[in-house]
Design a protein around this ligand. Sequence first.
Ligand code: MV4
Length: 503
Amino acid sequence: MFTKVLIANRGEIALRVIRACRELNVKTVAVYSEADADSLHVQYADECHFIGAAEPSQSYLNIEKIMETAKKSGCEAIHPGYGFLSQIPAFAEACAENGLEFIGPPAEVLKRMGNKVEARKAAAEAGVPVIPGSLNPAKSLEEAMEIAERVGYPVLVKAVYGGGGKGMRLVKDGDEMRQVLETAALEAESSFGSREIYVEKFLPRARHIEFQILADKGGRVVHLGERECSIQRRYQKLIEETPSPFLTAELRKEMGKSAIEIAKAINYVNAGTVEFLVDQSGNYYFLEMNTRLQVEHLITEMVTGIDIVKEQIRIAAGEKLAYNQRDIKIRGHAINCRINAEDPYNNFAPSPGTVTDLRLPGGPGVRVDTHLYVGYTISVFYDPLIAKLAAWGLDRQEAIRRMRNALEEFVIEGVKTTIPLHKRIMEDEDFLKGDIHINFVDERIGKLLPEKALTEEEIAALTVVLANQTSEAKVKALTIKREKEKASLWKAASRIRGLMRTY
Ligand code: MV4
């Protein structure tokens, strides 16, 4: 095992990695930018080093500075967390050149999977279904039209070095292809440094289901089940759960096998995620592979009992996986809500600022991964994720009930958060039925977040509560009408508590 690891990241994920290292008796080195001098990862690590200005390019993306710090501090390995340098081949290469272990897959694997047509080829060669479309970049308008006509419109034009939806174009016919192809290529160039694009048949109202895999250096590969990630907005995931309410045992087995086959075909090492789109008939298709630890890994940890970050470190240190696929048992159900410092009532505008009050939820099966504390200032320079709230239960219903309670208990004052949206989704009829797909949030955003102006009844109820410390009889008398049905006393009280915090 390593004696010292550098964590090339910040926020909650840096804390997560520090905790794993501590369990493994590994010393930790934090790096921090000007904006993060007061951050918890700096306090919690055994050692910390300033690496530059707040702009990521000056600090958390500065390969040279991080290499220099790792060598100076005598580290043997670097954990990149997610985002920043986690999937940059040049960073993994720099680690190798400097005799440092990169806690992630080899640089060649990062390179191969970063090219989305190469990734499609690898999947197809492994015998895994890929979405009908190009297996090479489309070199001309004629080629793009040819592929589109072969698979049938509508199609998506995607950037070869893209991912995460940026620069993606929905094209409904040949005319539109003629109009948008050049723009798509230019956009790909400015966003990803390459004009290369490819064409895929568009799958409407699909589900996004991904499989977590672990692979050791000896070639053993296991999967830890799937995560249903369909609840997203503008390609940003909001809620993830496992198991997927949609998968049958049979489909799960088949998709898990496909994920392992892809990992084996590309000699994958460390933790990774194979993403699939699943259509309404239950046909699944390889989408992309994420060659890093993911934000939502904690729900997989809750249902498998496996500490994925510790496994990453053990694998990088050359240890063999201590179990086979048949040893992995999925127990219960887990849900994760991403709490962002964004205002869901104002088009998800970033909401930076200082946390003035904080009450963390708790109870059986509840886990909060956060770097927040009272007095902490959320910076505009970084990702808006400020907490991950996960709830585990023996079944989906218990997990949802625990999540509702936890969201109700969770108080973050000083900034706007996505908590109110999560509360509404946890009460949505279709969500409760597990009837979800990737357009779920976009189709309902108006219904999920109605105008927040107070109604006459709410003002009356609020006045009573403020005057009488929630006199139950009076609240009952003034029960709030919500969406044409009478809300229960509990719901009314909860709504009023919410209003009291907001106003
Ligand atoms: C698709 C698709 C439908 N058909 N490809 C968006 C992110 C990028 N990684 C791939 N994405 C999609 N590719 C075909 N052929 C729909 C999406 C998509 C999506 C995928 C996963 C999670 C959320 C999504 C939200 C909108 C669109």
